[in-house]
Write a new protein. Sequence first.
Length: 417
Amino acid sequence: MTRPRENPAAEEAQLLAGLRVTELTDERGFLAGKIMADLGAEVTKIEPPAGDPERAYGPWLGGVEKPEASLPWLAMNTGKRSLALDLRHPAGMQVLDALLEKTDVLLLSLGAAWAEGMGLDWPRLHADFPRLVCCSITAFGLEGPRAGDDGHDLVVVSAGGNAWMTGDAEGPPLRCSMPSSYYHTAPEAVVGTLQALHARELDGLGRLVDLSMQECQLATLITAAGQQALGRGRGQRSGARTGASREIWRAADGWISFGLRGGPARTANLRAVCSWMEESGKLASALRDRDWDSWDPGAVDGEELRGVESAFGKFFSTMTMTELYQQALKRRVLLAPCNGAREILAQPQLRSREMFVTIDYPRLGASVEHPALFAMLGGTRPRLRRAPLPGEHNPAILDELELSDEQRQLLTDEGVA
């Protein structure tokens, strides 16, 4: 199944070169497949003949609304091959079986009920393809009282505790603006799959990798889940504050992070900012001659704390994030900008490490920058390949499967592939 490496020197940065992955996922599994593809695996994404439903979501590359121009889809499916295949047709399932004969890893995220209904449950897969590793991504896992329940990001971040910890103290729980549960689950899926492949080297048998998105999300909370057992309650949303004091501050063009907390680790930090203010002629009376060694924002009354916060806030608001950060580095102040896409794209550090790669989409007459793979291997970034057009690789894949002329004709006549 695993292809021999024809040119090992050229594939040095492609750690998974030769590995064959078949992907049957929605957006919950896109990133897992992308990571494996970007690491050099041959990932074949199966989508309906009309195209993956997730291609219907914008914004659109070039501003034209069409399936091959969905920026979210392009971002999450780099490096993959596309096989347009109707799995509702028996001939489509026969093609899938032929593909699985040559597959090392099957990646699933369309739900346990769907997989079982399609005959892709683990007992059947393991019986028919004993060397196949199957990685299943579901909301709650394949066992337990909620094994049959489906769920997308909002359900998972709520069930996994993340939403409870996100937002302002006086407001309701919130979901992050991006589907964080999918992005936390994907690396776990890849690591679990690689562990299963390693085990296969020992006994020749594939394994089921059962990923619960709820459990992956829960793991990101570190000790928060244990606070209840220790009698410390359910925790509290803190928003822009850490403890009693503010942590997030407005700058002239955005936001910064700066801790107004006390203690030995922060005293020099507070003094340095006050010296900075005084040099600028902006040291407020509320801060002059203050004993920062004894500063404890949790012990002062509300009016005093608001006065101190107001003085820091007015000072920070007069400068841009870049100006504040440059001065913070010079003065060794613990302060950092809250970077958005604009600031990230402009960072010389990331540019110097070739973190962004421009990919051309000739059919769309457009190009777009993608983040490169998260790691440099051998001092270089693995080559990033563009996301496929719907069904772009049908001819090549069907040739690899060595289907007869009659089988190919049936697929065409019935609109299966």
